[in-house]
Design a protein around this ligand. Structure first.
Ligand SMILES: O=C(O)COP(=O)(O)O
Ligand SMILES: [Mg+2]
Length: 239
C-alpha cells in the first residue's frame, strides 16, 4: 500500500510512470518558525542605525528572498524597488550588524512547526530521499541544522548563496534533484511562499504549500499550488 496521502497519490497517478521519489523542503516558514530570531536580529540592527524597530509582523512579510534582501527591505520599509537600488556600502554596513547577531541567536526563539519532526522521521525511516532547498545563506543554515540535529534527514542541502540563482529560480531545485539522482517530475516541493511555488513549478515538481508560514503578506492559494496542506503530516497516510 502506498505511503502517500490520497491527494499526493491522485496527483502522481494522473502522471504515467511517475511516483514520488523525493521530497524537497523549504526551511523558513515551512519547517521552522524563524521570524522571532530574525526580527530580533533586524531590530537590533535598526536600533544601532538609529532607526525605529520593525517588529515580527513586518519582518515576516520581508522574509523569503534571503538575508541580503531581508536587510535591504528593513532599510527601506519593505519597498522592493528602493531595496534593490540601495548603495552596496550601506547594505554591507547593515549586514555587518545583522549577520554576527543572527548567527549567535538563530536558535533562541525559533520553533519547529507541529508535525515536522514526526513526518521527517517517518519519511527517513521509509527511505524517502529528502532535500532542503532554502534561500537562507549557508552559514546560518549549517548552524541551524546542527542545532536542530536535522542533518541526517537530508540527502542534499542547497542554500541561498550556493548557486548564482535563488528561488523563485528553479536552479536550486534542479541541483538538489541532481544530487539525489531523481527527476524533478518525481519530486515534491513543499514550501510556504511564492518563491517555492514558482521555483517548484518551473522545475516540474509537484508543488505543495503550507499556509502557516510567510508569504509576503499574501495568500499562498494565489500561486495555485497543486496542493495545500496544514501540516507536513498530511503528506503521508496514517494508519
Ligand atoms: O532566508 C530567507 O529569506 C528564507 O529562506 P527560505 O527559502 O527557507 O524560506
Ligand atoms: Mg520559506
Amino acid at each position: 500500500m502506498s505511503i502517500w496521502s490520497e491527494p499526493v497519490q491522485t496527483y502522481f497517478s494522473a502522471r504515467e510512470d511517475t511516483v514520488p521519489q523525493a521530497l524537497l523542503f523549504d526551511l523558513d516558514g515551512t519547517l521552522i518558525d524563524s521570524v522571532p530570531d530574525l526580527a530580533a536580529a533586524i531590530d537590533q540592527m535598526l536600533v544601532q542605525l538609529g532607526r525605529p524597530v520593525a517588529g515580527q509582523p513586518l519582518v515576516a512579510e520581508w522574509v523569503g528572498n534571503g538575508a541580503d534582501m531581508l536587510v535591504r527591505r528593513a532599510l527601506c520599509d519593505g519597498n522592493d524597488m528602493q531595496a534593490q537600488a540601495l548603495d552596496a556600502a550601506e547594505v554591507a554596513a547593515a549586514r555587518a550588524l545583522f549577520d554576527p547577531f543572527y548567527l549567535e541567536h538563530l536558535n533562541d526563539a525559533t520553533g519547529v512547526y507541529p508535525g515536522v519532526e514526526k513526518t521527517l522521521t517517518i519519511l527517513a525511516v521509509l527511505g524517502i530521499r529528502m532535500a532542503l532547498v532554502t534561500n537562507k545563506p549557508r552559514v546560518f543554515t549549517d548552524v541551524l541544522l546542527d542545532a536542530l540535529g536535522w542533518r541526517p534527514y537530508f540527502d542534499a542541502v542547497v542554500c541561498g548563496d550556493d548557486l548564482p540563482q535563488r528561488k523563485p529560480d528553479p536552479a536550486q531545485i534542479l541541483h538538489a534533484c541532481e544530487l539525489m539522482a531523481v527527476e524533478p517530475q518525481q519530486a515534491i516541493m513543499v514550501g510556504d511562499s511564492r518563491n517555492d511555488m514558482y521555483a517548484g513549478k518551473a522545475a516540474g515538481c509537484m508543488t505543495v504549500a503550507v499556509p502557516y508560514g510567510y508569504n509576503h503578506g499574501e495568500n499562498i492559494a494565489t500561486c495555485q499550488p497543486n496542493l495545500i496542506i496544514h501540516s507536513l503530516a498530511d503528506l503521508i497516510r496514517h494508519v
